[in-house]
Design a binder for this molecule. Sequence first.
Ligand SMILES: [Zn+2]
Length: 133
Amino acid sequence: MQAIDTLTPCPCGNMAGYTHCCGPLHEGAVAQTAESLMRSRYSAYVLKREDYLLATWHSSNRPASLKLATQQPAPTWLGLDVKHHEEDGEHATVEFVARLRYGGGKAQRMHEISRFVREQGRWYYLDGRFPEG
Ligand SMILES: [Zn+2]
């Protein structure tokens, strides 16, 4: 267990703090919405929780490894902005903009519309596409 329970705000930007936001999900709690799963996956990128990212990736599309620990240049995550969240039964989409920087490079925006699917009460990340702009 890492000593990360004092993260306020949460890496995903929630002022409630990590222990009241993404922390419980990283420890196995069920995400109530696709948006909260998406936020917890962003936080997992920040915290390099590769295990969590793979566990919440739908098996049909899951990579074998993300190699976050050895990624070069390493990304610095600068913030998350959830633009839109839509759920329809067992399917959901979340549109967001994440800001990051690779090494000493310029900050860049990653604009993605992610698709999620719920199976046996748990949301999984399916895939994402990158709209213009
Ligand atoms: Zn969070």
